[in-house]
Design a protein around this ligand. Sequence first.
Ligand code: ADP
Ligand SMILES: N[C@@H](CCOP(=O)(O)O)C(=O)O
Length: 315
Amino acid sequence: MSVFTPVSDAALSDWLANYAIGRLVELRGISAGVQNSNFFVTTRLGRYVLTLFETMPRSELPFYLHLMAHLARHGLPVPAPIADLDNEYLGTLSGKPAVLVRRLSGASDMAPDAARCRKMGTMLAGLHLAGQRFGRRQLNPRGAQWRERTAEAVRPYLVADEQRLLDAELRFQASIDVSALPEGVIHADAFRDNVLWDEDQIGGVIDFYFAGNDALLFDLAVTVNDWCSQPGGELNAERTRALLRGYHAERPLTAAERTAWPAMLRAAALRFWLSRAEDFHLPRSGEMVLVKDPNEYRDLLHLRIAAGDSLPWVD
Ligand SMILES: Nc1ncnc2c1ncn2[C@@H]1O[C@H](COP(=O)(O)OP(=O)(O)O)[C@@H](O)[C@H]1O
Ligand SMILES: N[C@@H](CCOP(=O)(O)O)C(=O)O
């Protein structure tokens, strides 16, 4: 359940008086997602999603909202934020920073075929290309520094084998030179449940609240680990190649990216092992957290290490 902070019809109606989208018709809590309180809002003029930010610092929010506005302006199906009559995206509702965004159509597909993986590759490249001209910069909030900090926090809760795996992987990742990799704004959490399909088109890419500047290849690795892993965790070669080809056709991958691919798949697996382990062992108090299985990503990391260089690539 993702409604941590309730919003009444009366409070929302008052709030909407400062918007141009018409009176409130319906307000409904959304029972998915784990970070923020989300509601479907219907007004006389359209359908929207209201998000109340539960934990993110207000000062970081303009980066995400302006990024979504920027990407939407470039024709990508991302939730464009709605400005109020004072021309502000970010307001305050029930004491929390709040934003209204456009509601996008479609539903997630948790078993995408190769054709859909290819479309996702095309979409990710589009996000990266449009992101190159985004005027703001904010480091990936779950990048290298966060990795070190979080590893230190969760290490005491891991068993000896896991600690060895973690220590060795941190050393390995610290030895990788990422300076030759193309950089830009990445979504950083483009999992299957954050992409909505409308017939066979992508109707929406949502949940930009982990976005930041980092290696573009890292985003591709996050996406491939989620979209293209088989039930045992190994990569499905057909779907991986399809996703990479869709991407490569729009933003050609470089030789440096080819070299770094196995290490990036490992970095992406480590990132989600760590965040899930943190949610599991150190849940934030008072928050209703849907904890995802950390072992899934620990095991994925083992598999990517064991695969060495023999991982599917675009060729
Ligand atoms: N702009 C949107 N258009 C359509 N559905 C949305 C939109 N934003 C969120 N949703 C729905 O709300 C759910 C939770 O949103 P999400 O951003 O994943 O929450 P959280 O930030 O808490 O993880 C999504 O799974 C999706 O069904
Ligand atoms: N994709 C992450 C969890 C992030 O949660 P979201 O609901 O904000 O997408 C994972 O699988 O660990």
